[in-house]
Structures are given as structure tokens and as C-alpha cells.
Ligand binder design. Sequence first.
Ligand code: PLP
Length: 374
Amino acid sequence: MAPEVLEAMLPYLKELYGNASSMHTFGGQLGPHLRAARRKVAELINAEPDEIIFTSCGSESDNTAVMSALEVNPQKKHIITTRVEHPAVYNFCKHLARKGYRVTFLPVDNMGRLSLEAFYKALDDETAIVSIMFANNETGVIFPIEELGAVLKERGILFHTDAVQAVGKVPLDMKTLPVDMLSLSGHKLHAPKGVGALYIRKGTRFYPYIIGGHQEHGRRAGTENVASIIGLGEACKLSMERVGRDYDYLSMLRDKLENSLLANCPDARVNGDRGRRLPNTTNISFEYVEGEAILLRLDEYGICASSGSACTSGALEPSHVLRAMGVPFTALHGSIRFSLSRYNNETEIDKVIEVLPPIIKELRMLSPYGREKK
Ligand code: PLP
């Protein structure tokens, strides 16, 4: 969390702990504070405050958007998404497919770029919603959301984008981005974990996913997580001030890390389109080694990286994203993702550059494939 975010939250955990939906003054006084937080979230993406609902996480925002489209279009049973979505969309759509919905998972090429041909082909009169991520969480590759949205707007098909990785990293303008719903999540922009938001364009027909009380004007039930919402607002304000500066700084760190590792580790390659991606993510395959072994060795130096997405690592399943990109078997298992933030510095990058090449060399000596290559 950003230190400013923590500072902003503390009063709401200590003194101002009332229930914002209560009649009494103690809870009721929180109203203006929640409104201010909503305004800050809206400002970051150039939306209107009443187009924002607070949720418990990015996953909830994603599930809500897809489910709402199906509820408001009960006669339409077709969903279009991609083979590289985060599990919050990917597994939810697989679940819906088991429930009888028809789901098209669009393919990507070996650089993680969406097949536009497949997209055009998939659209039909039964399509209730298209849910395509803004930027991929494993490779950082950015999809052509403006182009897709323009087509969908013309066809009158609802369009949701999971922008959890993009919000705060690249500027977003909902006044020009042709998207009906957009998900974001607190912990990707230095707010706490366990809070998110869903943007719903004014005029979009919507049906709530969490049903109960009247919070969020009946669009999302549940007692407001006041402190975390305040934290999300503060994080959005900070991102708004820093997005350009952060972009340049993160690209510089990422490029230094990437170029040095590619130069010093034979048989290493970057996964994803290097020309169109987020500034903070790099996904590198070190052929003939196990990603988990690399992670454990890096962990000994206090370096936290990840193989696959954080949710799939531990499952020992190779990443569905890299598989969809056709990454060869020998590279698939040796893929590592580094995610950088404004709180990383060059000394940390230098440390990775120093320790990782010898680790790769050592692990290759232990692998039958690696030895063969030598
Ligand atoms: N979508 C993307 C692209 C993500 O990267 C993540 C989290 O890593 C999520 C959705 C889920 O967000 P949350 O962990 O807040 O549920």
C-alpha cells in the first residue's frame, strides 16, 4: 500500500468506524467521505461518480459485469471472451458454459495478440456480452479495446473490459473508450487488497450480482467497506497525479531488467508483444529449467517473482495464457513473471541482474535437457 493510502484509511478504522448506511449521525457523517472517494475513482478514468460501484475485488467486478449482461438479455445465450483472460473471467465463463451458455474463447497469436478475424467471426445475434481484458496479467500485452469497442457499439452488443492490470498504469478515458463496463481492483494500484470497483456507463442496463440491502443505490448489496473504499480513492488520486511519471520510470526499470537478462542468459526469451504492453510487467522464459526452481532460488535472496498468474502458481499447471500463445514445452515450464511498481528501485533491479544468470546456469546443469544443450 502507498503510505498516503494507509494514512488516509486509519481514521476510518479508529474514530470513524460507523456504518455508512445507518440513520444515526455517527454513521451518516461518512456519506460525504464515501462520495469524495467515489469521485476520485471516477476522475482517474474520466468517468462520472455515479458510474462507479464499489465491490470487494476485481474478481467480483468481473463476475458481476458478465452476469449482469446475461440477466438483462435473458434471450441471448452467447458470451465471447479470450483464451488468455484472468481466471476471474476465464473460469467464470467455463462455469457458465457448464450451465448451458455458449462461450467463444478467442485465440491469440504467439505474441499474445488477439485474433481480430476470430473476433469478427464470433459475433452473432445471440451474443449477450463480450468480455475482453484491457491488458494481460501474465504478459502485460494490451488488447485493441478502442477498435473492438467501436465495432460492438455499432452492433449494440454489451462490452466489458477487465482493466485490473491497466488502471493506474496507463491513462484511461471513459469519455472516449467505447466500453460499457470496466473492472478495477485496489491492490493493483497500491490500495488494500479486498476492494475493487466496477464502472457501469450511464444508461447501461444493469442487474446486481450481490443481492440484499440498498447500498450502492441497489446495485451492490453489503455494508460498505469504508476504510478500504477511502484507501482506493486515495490510491486513485495518487495514480492520477503520477501515471505519466510512473509509466516512464517503470518502463526504464523493466527494460533494464529485461535487456540484461536476455543478454546474460542463453536460451531466454520474452513472452508477449514487446511493442504494446504495460510498462511494469515482463514475462521471460528460460528454456530447459523449471520455473518453480527459479522462484525458490530467487526467494532465498528476498526476490519475489511468480510463475504463471499468482492464482495458478501452486497448481503446477502450466499457465493457460502461455499455452494459448503456443509457447513451446521446454520454455513453458521455465517462465517467470516480474511485476514492478513505483516502489522498486534500480538497486533491486541490479540485484536480480546479478543473481539470476548464475541461478539459471546452475539449474540447467541439473536438467537433462539443459546438459544436453551445453
Ligand atoms: N483480473 C486481472 C487481470 C487480475 O490481474 C486480477 C488479479 O490479479 C484480477 C482480475 C482479480 O482481482 P482480485 O484479486 O482483486 O479479485
